[in-house]
Every structure is written in C-alpha cells, then in structure tokens.
Design a protein around this ligand. Structure first.
Ligand code: HEM
Length: 146
C-alpha cells in the first residue's frame, strides 16, 4: 500500500496544477466567444485526474491504518481528519468539478461555458487545497510534501 500512498500523495501536485491551468484558461477565454477543442481537453483531463485520485483515495480508505472506526474517533484529530474531513471535502470538491464540467458541456454559448468552469473549478480548487494534509496546515498529522 506504500506505493499507493506515494501515488496519491504525488498526484496532489498534478491535480492542483491541472486545476490552476483550467481556471486560468477559463479566465483568459472568458470573453473570447470561442470554446475550442483545447478548452474541452484541458477541462476533461483535469476531471479525469481528479477521478483517478478519487479511486486511489477510496482504496486507501478501506486499507489505510490511518482510517479506523473506533469509539471517540471525532475527538482524535488524526482519525477525524482521515475518517471524515479529508474524504468528505475531497468527494464534495470532485462532485463540484464533475457537475461544473457537465453543465458547461450542456450549454451552447462559449462565454457561459468558460464562466461555469471558472466558478466550479475554482470552488473545487479551494476545497481541495484546504483539505490536503499539508505540513504547514496540519503538522500534527505528520504527512510530508511528497
Ligand atoms: C483531489 C483529491 C485528493 C487529494 C489531492 C488528496 C491528497 C492526499 C494527500 C496529500 C495525502 C497524504 C499522503 C501522505 O501521507 O503522504 C492523502 C492521504 C489520504 N487520502 Fe487523500 N486526497 C484526495 C482525495 C481522497 C479521497 C476522495 C479519499 C477517500 C475517499 C482519500 C483518502 C485518503 C486516505 C485514507 C489517506 C491516508 C493514507 C495513508 O497515509 O495511509 N483521499 N490524501
């Protein structure tokens, strides 16, 4: 399971980078009047990588020692984080990104598509960023940079 934790840990940088690229791309093309294949691909790839991260996260959820269902788990900061906070907020963020992309794909007007991507992906990025066990935000959890 060590390899999976490493993959899950390293993939954080790829999903964060893809989200930033998709958001900047939506911002730059907000008034362009065009929604091209490259826009579609950037938004799709971002969502696919998030879904890969979700799948790895789900496997870890059922195998990791850091997830344990014992009484009083909410009083233990580490158990509360990995049992509840991290998965719930990450799943919420991934639902938002998936929903935002679906809504954008269904709309006809290019500027509206970019606006939807901008809103939903930005909200997803914020949620994901604050739910990562960074050494500087959650030092007590002991997770590293990679
Ligand atoms: C974009 C989504 C996600 C990101 C960026 C992310 C990121 C991370 C990071 C950076 C760690 C620390 C790894 C380390 O110790 O080096 C971690 C751990 C963990 N994540 Fe996620 N995660 C995401 C989604 C999820 C989801 C959806 C679940 C569960 C359904 C999940 C379950 C876990 C578990 C159980 C651990 C602890 C693994 C262990 O150290 O044994 N993650 N995650």
């Amino acid at each position: 399971m060590n390899a999976l934790v490493s993959a899950h840990s390293g993939l954080r940088y790829i999903v964060l980078l893809l989200l930033v690229v998709a958001i900047v791309n939506a911002l730059l093309n907000l008034k362009s009047g065009k929604y091209e294949k490259k826009d579609k691909m950037i938004n799709l790839f971002t969502m696919i990588f998030l879904h890969i991260q979700l799948l790895i996260g789900l496997v870890l959820y059922f195998t990791s020692d850091k997830v344990q269902f014992v009484s009083g788990l909410m009083a233990d900061k580490s158990l509360r984080f990995f049992d509840v906070e991290h998965p719930v907020l990450m799943i919420l963020a991934i639902i938002l990104v998936t929903l935002g992309r679906k809504k954008a794909e269904l709309r006809e007007v290019p500027d509206v598509k970019h606006k939807l991507i901008l809103r939903y992906y930005l909200l997803g990025l914020v949620l994901i960023f604050i739910s990562i066990p960074w050494p500087f935000t959650h030092p007590h959890l002991g997770a590293g940079w990679f």
